[in-house]
Design a protein around this ligand. Sequence first.
Ligand SMILES: Cc1cc2nc3c(=O)[nH]c(=O)nc-3n(C[C@H](O)[C@H](O)[C@H](O)COP(=O)(O)OP(=O)(O)OC[C@H]3O[C@@H](n4cnc5c(N)ncnc54)[C@H](O)[C@@H]3O)c2cc1C
Length: 409
Amino acid sequence: MTIEFTLSNRQRDLQAGVRSLAQSIVRPQSLRWDREHAIDEDFLRNLARMATSMGHGGLGTSASLMRQEEEAPAAEKKPKSQNLTTVLASEEMAWGDAALLLCVPGPGLGGPPVRASGTPEQKKRFFGIFDDLTVLKWGAYALTEPTAGSDVAGIRTSCRKDGKNWVINGRKCFITNGARASWNVVFATVDPALGRAGHRAFVVEKGTPGFSVGRIEDKMGLRASETAELVFEDCRVPADNLLGGEEKYVTKEGFMTAMKTFDNTRPIVASMAIGIGRAAYEYARDFVKDHYVLSRPIPRYAAIAERLARVGRGLAAARMVTWRAAWLADEGIENAKEASMAKAMAGQAAIRACIDAIEICGAEGSIQTDHALLEKWFRDIKVYDIFEGTGQIQRIVISKRLISNLKSF
Ligand SMILES: Cc1cc2nc3c(=O)[nH]c(=O)nc-3n(C[C@H](O)[C@H](O)[C@H](O)COP(=O)(O)OP(=O)(O)OC[C@H]3O[C@@H](n4cnc5c(N)ncnc54)[C@H](O)[C@@H]3O)c2cc1C
């Protein structure tokens, strides 16, 4: 086994470029976006152009890159580093503002299932709409329901075939970009009694009769990101929009489509958490440098320094596990356990970082000013231990995988 920690020149350049953008343009606007619950469209348009030229779009990969990869002959396929590169860029951007990453136009979380399970025709159709970068467009991923969050297998949104259409009924909730998306990948079941084998994944386009948007959530954190409820009432979707076509669903493929998405996106979400945690850690570190080194009693300084060290090593360890999970995905190696480890570790390490940073700064840490964003990061970070599978669920995935393969971890 080769152990390689060196980033390529391209990855280092990207990391430095995103870091500079995050510092000079993103961070200064972060609190305003949070207060306004929105990010300026012109800014998003420019960012989408830039992200596409660098091979990134929304949470996942850019639409054009996804299509190029699918269409290229095997010999011309790009070097396999897309997941790791996205993880690197995501940490830097989340350091500037985490909600922004969820708002970048592109297929977003809807991209991976279309990429994993769509037919060539579906990929062309659904990714093709993102080619025109002058118009802001999003994709989204609709799995969660009021009674099925962690228990993904328990979804109740129903689907039944009717001639050349499928008819969908039910509700989805907490869907990132769900209201503004040009299409949502929607998971439904032909029969709840069949469990996972009954699941189907559809691409439901905006404007489809019977599809409407319910409540837009007023959230504690990531307030610039839109989180929507989606309603399906006898919503008729053309059979061509069943992801992968009917033959995909002879086995448990529909459910597997949902799970494959998580194996790719959990390391990205983990890297975003690390970005927020690092922002809080750096703020507290600088605060300590300015306020403690010469002016406070040594025992108190020593205790604070030990605390900073604990936060720093937690984030560094989570970053290593996250990079490995992304690298495994790039290599096409099964990474469900590692993706869950990354998500579980990063969420906890970053929450710890935000709590400790506020405590280290004392009262000043809890106040909102244009320069001090600890209070915002504290609100933003909690959800990283909730969405894309809660911390408890990650630990269940990890323990199941460890127990089924007792020889190694
Ligand atoms: C900002 C935001 C954006 C989101 N975006 C999307 C999106 O784009 N698409 C989408 O489909 N969903 C999205 N979600 C939903 C998210 O994925 C769910 O909230 C998450 O999966 C948890 O589900 P739940 O909220 O129903 O909690 P529940 O599943 O009800 O869990 C509640 C508590 O019980 C615990 N628990 C549950 N089962 C077990 C168990 N077996 N053992 C031990 N503990 C357990 C959980 O860990 C948690 O602490 C989003 C959520 C938020 C907050």
